[in-house]
Write a protein that binds this ligand. Structure first.
Ligand code: WT7
Length: 654
C-alpha cells in the first residue's frame, strides 16, 4: 500500500532535534580505509563509470554491453553481461587459492553446537544442493520457497538456487502457515525447502507442521525438501524428500552456467503491516555489484583479517544482502548465529563476539535498546577488544542508543555506521563511511558514492539545509528493485507516483545545517500537531535521552484543539522508579529538548511495546490504544500478548 502522505497545505517536517556530538574516524582506520573521500568525487564526476568499476570487482563470464538502460521507472543494469552469482560468491575464491578460508562460523543456539564451513566446503555443499534441485525438477526461472531456521543449509539452499538460475523466495521462519501459503501462491513456487525445526529460546521450535499446513492448499508444490535440524518427530507425506537422502548422495561437482545480468535472483516479500505483501524482485548483476561494493566500503572489510557478524535473520533483506551475497562475494569470514540474544543468558551476543574475535558487528536499534535495558554490566563482562566497526540498520537509531552502542560495545573506539536502506533498495544507500565520515549520533549522514538521494518538500523540490520533508532518490541504482512480482502497476503507483521522476521511499527525513541527512521514520507515522509535521522518531529520541527511559514509542492521537496530540508509551529502565510525577518529568524533558510544540499530551508507562518480528514498533496498534479504539490486526506481532499487557496498564488512556 502506498504510504499516506500529509496534505500539500501542511508544512514540511519541523526540524527539532539538536544533536551536536561528533565522532571522527580513528586515525589508523582513516589511513588504511578501503574507500576514501575520492570515491564521492569520482562518482559525482561519472556515476555510471563509478558503478562500472564497482561491477569490475565481480567475475563476469561475458562483459556487459550497456551499463544502464533506463525506461523510467524500469531499470536494467549491465545488460548483455553474464555471470553466475554462486560462482562469484564461492568458486572464484576457491580458484584463487582461498578454499581453506572460513566462509561461515556457524553457532547454533545450544551451546557447543557449532560448525565451520570453508569456501571449499561451501562449494561442495552448494554443488550437491544444486544437483539435488535439478534432480527434483527445478530449472532456471522456477521459484523455490525457502522456510528455514538460521542453519548453514539456508545460505547453501539460496546459493544452489542462484547457481542454477532458480528464483528463491525466502520466507522468514516466524511467519504463519497462511503467510507462507500466500507467498508460495503469489510466486507460484514449485518446491519448498524447510527443516523439521530450529532452536529458539532454549527449545526446539517446529517449522515443518507450518509447511504441511500451508502446502496442503498449494497443489503447485511438487516437493518439500526437509533438513533435519532438531530431530523432532514430524509427519511425512509423499511429496517430502529429506536433505540427508537426496543432497548427500549427489556429486560435489557442478558446472556453473552463466546467467544474464538481469535474470531474477530472488523475490522477497516486504514485511508490510497492511495490505497484500509486495514481492520485491531483485536481479543479478546490479544487485551483486552494489551489495558487494557497499559491504566492502561501509564496513571497510579486510577479508584476510576481519571476522564479520551481521545478527539479522537471513529471512530479511539484511540477511540476504549482508550475510549471504555481499560478504561472500567479498570473500569475507562471517559468523551466523541461530538463536536469540538471551539464550541461555543475556550475554550470549558478547560471548560470541569474544569467542570468534568479531571485528565488525552489524545489528539493529531495537536490539541495542534491549541491551541498554538489560544493563551495562552484561557486555562489560566480556572481552570485545577485537571490535573495530559497529553498524546499525532497520530503524532510525536514537542518539542515546548510538552513544551507548559506541561506548559499551565499542569501548568508545569504534565508528558506528548508521545504514539507511530498504528491502526495495537491495543494498545500503545512505551511510557514513567509517574511515571518512565524522559521525553524528542519529544521522545516516550522506548518500553513498553513486547514489543520488534527496530530501524534498510536498512539491518535490529539494529542501534547503535545515529543512525537512520526504526522502527521495533521483537516479536509478544498481541494486534497486526491478518491479513488484507480477504487478508492474503497483510498482509504479507505490514508488514512482508521489513525485515526478523520483523514487519515493516513504520515509520522512531532514537535512541539517551541514547538509547531512537524518531519517525520521515512516511518513505514515508522522504526526500533525497544530499544523506542524512532527516526527515520531525525534520525540522518541528525546524521551530515550532521559536517564529513566529505556524505550519509547510515540503516536499522534486525534485532539480537538491541536488536530493531533502526542501520546507517548515508555518503558522505564530496570532501576527507574515509576513515581507519580514521572509523566510530568518526561513531558517537561521533551519540551526542554525539542521545544514546547513537541510536548506530549500524555505519557503512559508500559511494560512492553508492540513490535513486528523484524523489530519495528507497530505504532498503528498504539494509535488504536491512544484513540480508545479496539486494537486492530495483531497477527504480525512478534508477541501477540503484548497488547494485553499494555491494555492492563491503561485504564486511563484517553
Ligand atoms: C525501512 C525499510 C534495510 C534493511 C532492514 C529494513 C527503516 C531502515 C534505517 C536507518 C532510519 C531506517 C526505514 C525504511 N530503516 N534502516 N538506518 N535509519 N530508518 O528493511 O523492512 O524494507 O524496512 O526501515 O523506514 O524505509 P525494510
Amino acid at each position: 500500500m502506498a504510504p499516506e502522505t500529509p496534505g500539500t497545505e501542511t508544512q514540511a517536517l519541523s526540524n527539532l532535534l539538536q544533536e551536536s556530538r561528533r565522532f571522527a574516524p580513528p586515525a589508523d582506520l582513516a589511513s588504511s580505509a578501503n574507500v576514501t573521500s575520492a570515491a564521492y568525487d569520482e562518482a559525482a564526476a561519472d556515476r555510471l563509470g563509478f558503478w562500472e568499476r564497482a561491477a569490475d570487482r565481480l567475475t563476469w563470464a561475458k562483459r556487459w554491453d550497456t551499463t544502464l538502460e533506463w525506461n523510467p521507472p524500469f531499470a536494467k543494469w549491465f545488460t548483455g553481461g553474464q555471470l553466475n552469482i554462486a560462482y562469484n560468491c564461492v568458486d572464484r575464491h576457491v580458484e584463487a587459492g582461498r578454499g581453506d578460508k572460513v566462509a561461515y562460523y556457524w553457532e547454533g543456539e545450544p551451546e557447543g553446537d557449532s560448525r565451520t564451513l570453508t569456501y571449499a566446503d561451501l562449494q561442495r555443499e552448494v554443488n550437491k544442493a544444486a544437483n539435488a534441485l535439478t534432480e527434483l525438477g527445478v530449472a532456471k526461472g522456477d521459484r523455490v520457497a525457502i522456510y528455514m531456521p538460521m542453519i548453514p543449509e539456508l545460505p547453501i539452499a539460496m546459493l544452489a538456487c542462484a547457481r542454477i538460475g532458480a528464483i528463491h523466495s525466502v520466507v522468514f521462519g516466524g511467519f504463519s502457515a497462511s503467510a507462507l501459503k500466500s507467498r508460495i501462491d503469489d510466486a507460484d513456487a514449485k518446491l519448498v525447502i524447510t527443516a523439521d525445526g530450529g532452536y529458539r529460546r532454549g527449545a526446539p521450535s517446529a517449522l515443518k507442521p507450518t509447511v504441511d499446513e500451508a502446502v496442503a492448499e498449494c497443489p503447485q508444490i511438487e516437493h518439500v525438501l526437509v533438513v533435519r535440524r532438531t530431530n523432532q518427530e514430524i509427519s511425512t507425506y509423499d511429496r517430502d524428500v529429506f536433505w540427508a537422502d537426496i543432497v548427500e548422495r549427489q556429486s560435489d561437482q557442478h558446472t556453473a552456467e552463466p546467467h544474464e545480468a538481469e535474470d531474477p535472483l530472488f523475490i522477497l516479500y516486504t514485511s508490510g503491516t497492511t495490505g497484500k505483501p509486495k514481492g520485491i524482485l531483485h536481479t543479478s548483476g546490479g544487485y551483486l555489484t552494489q551489495t558487494s561494493w557497499t559491504h566492502n566500503a561501509v564496513f571497510d572489510l579486510k577479508p584476510d583479517t576481519d571476522i564479520y557478524w551481521c545478527t539479522a535473520d537471513i529471512g530479511w533483506v539484511t540477511g540476504h544482502s549482508y550475510i549471504v551475497y555481499g560478504p561472500l562475494a567479498n570473500g569475507a569470514t562471517s559468523v551466523i548465529y541461530e538463536g536469540t540474544p538471551d539464550t541461555p543468558h543475556r550475554g550470549r551476543f558478547w560471548e560470541i563476539v569474544q569467542k570468534y574475535k568479531v571485528t565488525i558487528l552489524y545489528t539493529a536499534p531495537t536490539a541495542i535498546r534491549t541491551f541498554m535495558k538489560w544493563g551495562d554490566d552484561i557486555p562489560a563482562k566480556f572481552d570485545m577488544s577485537s571490535l573495530r566497526i559497529l553498524g546499525s540498520v532497520g530503524e532510525p537509531i536514537n542518539p542515546e542508543a548510538y552513544v551507548w552502542y559506541r561506548e559499551h560495545i565499542g569501548a568508545s573506539r569504534t565508528p558506528v555506521v548508521d545504514t539507511w536502506w530498504q528491502t526495495e533498495t537491495g543494498a545500503i544507500m545512505i551511510s557514513p563511511l567509517p574511515g571518512v565520515t565524522s559521525g553524528k549520533p542519529g544521522a545516516a549522514m550522506t548518500p553513498l558514492p553513486g547514489i543520488v538521494a534527496d530530501v524534498v518538500d510536498d512539491q518535490g523540490h529539494s529542501v534547503p539545509n535545515g529543512g525537512g520533508g520526504y526522502l527521495a532518490i533521483r537516479e536509478p541504482w544498481p541494486s534497486m528493485l526491478r518491479t513488484i512480482w507480477g504487478d508492474d502497476q503497483r510498482y509504479i503507483e507505490t514508488y514512482w507516483s508521489r513525485f515526478e521522476g523520483m523514487y519515493f521511499a516513504g520515509d520522512g527525513a531532514k537535512r541539517d545545517e551541514d547538509g547531512d541527512i537524518w531519517l525520521l521514520g515512516r511518513v505514515d507515522d508522522v504526526m500533525l500537531v497544530s499544523g506542524h509535521n512532527i516526527s515520531t522518531t525525534e520525540v522518541e529520541s528525546a524521551l530515550v535521552s532521559h536517564p529513566k527511559v529505556a524505550e519509547a514509542a510515540v503516536v499522534g492521537a486525534t485532539d480537538p484543539v491541536t488536530g493531533q496530540a502526542i501520546v507517548s508509551f515508555v518503558i522505564l529502565r530496570g532501576t527507574a522508579e515509576e513515581g507519580a510525577d514521572i509523566a510530568t518529568e518526561l513531558r517537561n524533558h521533551v519540551a526542554k529538548t525539542l521545544g514546547p510544540i513537541a510536548k506530549p499530551r500524555q505519557i503512559l508507562v508500559v511494560p512492553e511495546l508492540p513490535k513486528t518480528r523484524s523489530g519495528k514498533i507497530m505504532r498503528r496498534l498504539l494509535r488504536d490504544v491512544a484513540e480508545n479504539r479496539s486494537v486492530g490486526d495483531v497477527t504480525t506481532l512478534a508477541d501477540s500478548t503484548v497488547m494485553n499487557l499494555i491494555a492492563e496498564k491503561l485504564p486511563s488512556a484517553k
